[in-house]
Write a protein that binds this ligand. Sequence first.
Ligand code: KG4
Ligand code: ZN
Length: 351
Amino acid sequence: MLFLGIESSCDETGVALVETQATGVPRLLSHALFSQIDMHQAYGGVVPELASRDHIRRVLPLTREVLSKAQRELTEVDVVAYTRGPGLAGALLVGAGVACALGAALQKPVLGVHHLEGHLLSPFLSDDPPEFPFVALLVSGGHTQLMKVDAVGSYEILGETIDDAAGEAFDKSAKLMGLGYPGGPALSRCAESGDSKAFKLPRPLLHSGNFDFSFAGLKTAVLTQAQKLGDALHDPNTSQKANLAASTQAAIVEILLKKSMAALKATGMKRLVVAGGVGANRSLRVELNEACLKAGVRVHYPELHLCTDNGAMIAMAAAMRVQSGQQQPQMNYGFDVKPRWPLSQIDALGV
Ligand code: KG4
Ligand code: ZN
């Protein structure tokens, strides 16, 4: 079966084609992405109305592009999948509207996908896909969760952030240091030349004994430190900005690392899957690789370009849900979207 996937939940329009196979994991045939980063950069963050309008401009050209790349016709598509939530309401409506219009025109069923399930299953798009079961560390701009994943659709949340997400901690810290948007890549680039031990920053909930996270206190500590430094933070003759960036990154990475290793130990799992935009962070990957090697744990990541939002993960999640019998696509084009949609309620609302 051929799945067309459309992602439009935030500031990236992504479209992809994934095909199920007689055996094994579905295969990615082609994908295309348009990032709105340049457009939102001037505002220091995502402007929802501008995001929606731009998705409208991009979805169909990107759809034509993936069909042409895969040398397939639109009429060959069996299921049109789209991100149903969570995300920005207006942005989600664009993808859902186009997907349902395409489905109705082609008389093919449609399927709404949970954005986080897309991230979670994105490592299956890599050349070395994981096997179930595994512990998943989902670290995106809006979510930070540790999960026990037994199969497609079987997600037990072990812990999650009680305030900011890890990506948010990167973004907010970067912003108050005067680094660009999105903050994660900017902060981690700046951190490369810094000393991660230069500033002592807190690691909230590190010893809480559970798998919950908290990053709001860290952001406040970074703010206090930045204020103390004053002009010195921006002085190119000192490396204070790089030092603060490196210290911030080290704090976030240590929290993610220690909690993940504790979750692996508690569940007895020998496999870790990392997903979401922060999964692209080089320092996180280096630290996790080392700790997992020591603990005899296999660690899987999405390919670097599929860590952040994309259409491939939406097409893949739809294909895996259908293949596993979790969900059937519907010839029902009266779409809605779920801007707030906890992953724990995926079954209640997803079918
Ligand atoms: O998964 P994603 O594309 O969007 C959401 O679903 O939220 O994640 C975006 C987040 C942003 O917070 C961004 O700053 C962060 O991922 N991010 C990174 C890196 N690349 C993206 N954070 C740290 N290091 C990176 N290299
Ligand atoms: Zn995302």
